[in-house]
Design a protein around this ligand. Sequence first.
Ligand code: HEC
Ligand code: HEC
Length: 96
Amino acid sequence: MRKSLAKSSLVLISAFAFAMLLNLSGNFSLSTSKSTDACISCHEDKELTYEKDGKIISIYVDPKLYSKSVHGGSECDDCHKGYNPDEIPHSKTKEK
Ligand code: HEC
Ligand code: HEC
């Protein structure tokens, strides 16, 4: 009984440490990327949608999920070229 308790708390602790690690690196990449911060400031709104081809599409970006995703180290504008955060809608400024 005692032994298994110690073992499971060790698992918990290392899971926690791992989560901290993810969190740290996530915060790091978010706070160093200016354009990403600018994009996130609007796109972290869960209600944000737009209409594309007559369909309502969610354009919500979860900042926590994003920072932990494989793209977490990238700026939004590494991929979304020509999006001017000061212009709505920015679809028109898209480079094709
Ligand atoms: C690694 C490249 C990459 C990065 C980095 C990236 N995106 Fe995307 N994003 C894509 C691709 C590819 C799509 C799908 C394009 C489509 O469906 O038209 C997409 C789709 C989207 C959509 C939905 C658009 C639509 O028409 O459905 C939004 C909103 C969006 N991204 C915002 C962001 C924001 C904000 C960031 C930064 C936090 C970001 N993206 C970072 C590649 C990227
Ligand atoms: C001022 C708030 C705001 C900021 C800042 C912002 N967005 Fe948006 N974004 C919106 C709104 C509102 C829409 C939907 C408007 C529309 O196109 O109909 C949208 C739509 C989008 C779409 C989907 C439309 C499309 O053309 O595919 C993408 C992708 C996107 N934004 C990416 C970005 C990126 C990348 C940045 C940072 C460079 C950014 N946004 C900054 C508010 C914002």
